[in-house]
Write a protein that binds this ligand. Structure first.
Ligand code: GCU
Length: 662
């Protein structure tokens, strides 16, 4: 493998103990020439050859000792599969090509995880209809919030389609991803808009590579395109000349890109243009585009990350956290049926701990999907270890009380709660053109984990971690246990040494790595955390900004009361004295001191655990992660010192344990 140009991640098939001389692949009921079936067969050949050292052929395998059969059966759920095996065959049954491909990858996963070929059995159907990755890749090759090199799609304003693109599509299909937005939501510089002649041929090529693996390509759009590209004077969604411009443009786009899934739009946020400029609503904007794209079967994914970053919050009523709900809830039911709202997991911005957005499930008559971020913007830049699947599980398991049953976020975003067929999960992706794709080898667990979870929200964080470890490394069980434990603890460790009790931020402005207690970038109006010599936290109760009231009553009551509010969110919802006793029995200030010391100590512990793997994994992997742990420890130390000394000086309260606070 020394000639490898990039890592094969979890598809780096390794030889198992069981050797098989000959294996036959048979396709029954599916069109063998279908592009997705063809990809599946190719993958099987590669995997079976490597795993069993077998000679793999196609056709009737009667003469061969072992067969893998891909069988069509309309009784299997859409994009689902069934696996059964016996001494003579593995049978993969599906009703459609994507299901067959996922079944093939599932069989390979089982084999890679050490399941004997005679003992394969699984029945699966996707929890979410849409399972998407959002790239924040810019046309110049840079990546917004990218921590693993540059874009592998774009170099110097040109599109690259090569073997790496194919491998990328394989990886995504292997974890069940069926939609990918290739460009940043912040679409700037009209000369490089992808909906122009300059790029159609290459985008088409890319869309075909994706289609080979059952993936639809989507594009981010600039709402002001009629001005920037069309030379119009406005982009008012209700203006006829604007609508006509879009009709012509979208027709041209679909003539050139017949496989396009649709558009993702960030409007009226952080400097992006949108319908507000013309006194129109978000629904006006989204529906106009929805209507225009409808004849082509496309969809509009409209982001709810809409807020005014220049707002003055000194009146203690204005609150960024309220914005999504305030702008979108009252339009519930007005969105057209090919429009879907994409909602970040929390009301702020991908902090290490936030409450769940009340818009999810707050909307009951609108298509909605969840947006999370596996790019570790606020969670350690793929330097610090932070396995995010436990956070995503918490989000999915959250009970909204939006109706009697079927009311968790998983129910809402899968479409089960309100019967939507446009529903699902999207992640801001953490990849780049680094050899190992994700900067830190261990950050690939988040890439893998998001995909697996979006396909099956019932999987546990541990199951996903173990699968990924088994497929990536070849470790003895004690080492697998240790690495699993490191991953599972990492999010809480990161939380401990960074911002406490749900307050968030305290991170360097703009860069978002390392501590800066007062450093919220929109802090023109004062500190975000509102700490003074007596206390800290943002009052979001009915007496404060009223944000807590955006939840259904059961949750609102809990969040509104500092005695009931979970400790880990209490400063998100309340301004409390440093001497306030948490439910844990500790005071706020003692909690801050303790968690920061613990976080640093535990980071040291997991870094030391990594050293036990030296010699047991390839040295480039070992060194890559080892180096990052060194940086993580420096970061954790810095956070611990800065946060503790800031609050010691502010409060004047001694640490009960008299540890050294600098
Ligand atoms: C965050 C992030 C930006 C990004 C934005 C978004 O604010 O820092 O880089 O553009 O989220 O989600 O649109």
């Amino acid at each position: 493998m020394e000639s490898a140009k990039w890592s094969q991640l979890w598809l780096d098939y390794k030889k198992c103990k069981d050797s098989v001389e000959k294996i036959a692949i048979e396709v029954l009921g599916f069109d063998r020439a279908h592009r997705v079936i063809d990809s599946g067969v190719k993958e099987l050949k590669l995997a079976l050859g490597r795993i069993f050292g077998a000679e793999v052929s196609e056709g009737n395998g009667a003469a061969d000792p072992f067969a893998v059969k891909i069988v069509k059966d309309s009784a299997v759920a859409k994009e689902g599969y069934e696996l059964v095996s016996s001494a003579s065959e593995i049978r993969i049954t599906a009703s459609d090509e994507n299901g067959a491909l996922y079944g093939i990858f599932a069989a390979i996963r089982k084999l890679s995880c050490g399941v004997a070929k005679e003992e394969i059995s699984e029945k699966a159907a996707p929890s979410n209809p849409l399972r998407m990755m959002n790239h924040w890749d810019n046309m110049d090759g840079s990546i917004e919030r990218g921590y693993s090199g540059n874009s592998f799609f774009f170099v110097d304003n040109e599109i690259v389609v090569d073997e790496r693109t194919v491998d990328y599509a394989r990886f995504m299909a292997s974890i069940g991803i069926n939609g990918i937005v290739i460009n940043n939501v912040n679409v700037k510089d009209a000369a490089s808009y992808l909906i122009t002649d300059r790029y159609f041929a290459k985008v088409k090529e890319l869309s075909e590579v994706f289609a080979d693996y059952g993936i639809r390509l989507y594009l981010s759009l600039n709402f002001a395109s009629p001005i920037e590209l069309g030379g119009l004077e406005l982009c008012d969604p209700l203006d006829e000349s604007v609508i006509n411009w879009w009709k012509d443009k979208v027709k041209e786009v679909y003539d050139k890109l017949p496989l396009l899934g649709g558009f993702l739009v960030k409007a009226d946020s952080e400097g992006r243009p949108g319908p507000f400029t013309y006194g129109r609503t978000q629904a006006d904007g989204a529906n106009m585009l929805g209507d225009v794209i409808k004849p082509y079967g496309g969809i509009i994914i409209w982001r709810c990350f809409v807020y005014n970053c220049t707002q003055d919050w000194r009146d203690y009523k204005t609150d960024r956290a309220r914005a999504g709900y305030d702008y979108f809830k009252n339009l519930d039911g007005q969105y057209h049926d090919n429009v879907i709202l994409q909602i970040k997991n929390g009301p702020m911005d991908f902090q290490i701990r936030e409450p769940i957005s009340p818009l999810l499930g707050g909307l009951t008559k609108t298509n909605q999907m969840l947006e999370v971020q596996i790019a570790q913007e606020y969670t350690g830049h793929q330097i610090d270890l932070c396995y995010l699947v436990p956070m995503f599980k918490e989000v999915l398991d959250f009970k909204t009380y939006c109706q009697k049953d079927n009311d968790t976020i998983a129910d809402v975003v899968s479409g089960r709660a309100f019967g939507n067929s446009l529903a699902g999960m999207a992640a801001v992706i953490n990849t780049g053109n680094d050899f190992n794709w994700t900067g830190n080898y261990l950050a690939a667990a988040n890439l893998y984990g998001f995909g697996r979870l979006s396909y099956n929200t019932e999987l546990s964080s541990e199951e996903i971690a173990r699968e990924w470890i088994k497929m990536t490394f070849s470790l003895e069980i004690v080492d697998e246990d240790m690495l699993t434990d490191m991953l599972l603890r990492s999010r809480e460790i990161y939380e401990k040494y960074t911002s406490p009790l749900g307050i968030g931020w305290m991170v360097t402005p703009n860069g978002h790595y390392g501590p800066s207690v007062d450093g919220y970038e929109y802090s023109r109006w004062g500190t975000y955390h509102r700490a003074d010599h007596l206390g800290i936290g943002v009052d979001r109760t009915d007496k404060g900004t009223g944000y807590a009231q955006q939840y259904y009553k059961e949750n609102a009551e809990v969040y509104n009361d500092p005695k009931k509010c979970p400790d880990n969110l209490v400063l998100f919802f309340h301004h409390l004295p440093y001497t306030w006793k948490l439910q844990s029995g500790k005071t706020v200030i003692q909690h801050i001191y303790d968690t920061h010391f613990e976080g640093y100590a535990e980071a040291k512990e997991i870094a030391a655990n990594w050293e036990k793997l030296e010699g047991k994994i390839p040295s480039d992997m070992y060194n890559n992660v080892h180096h990052r742990f060194e940086m993580q420890l420096a970061n954790a130390r810095e956070w611990c010192d800065q946060v503790n000394s800031y609050f010691y000086r502010k409060s004047g309260i001694e640490d009960e344990l008299h540890r050294e606070i600098y």
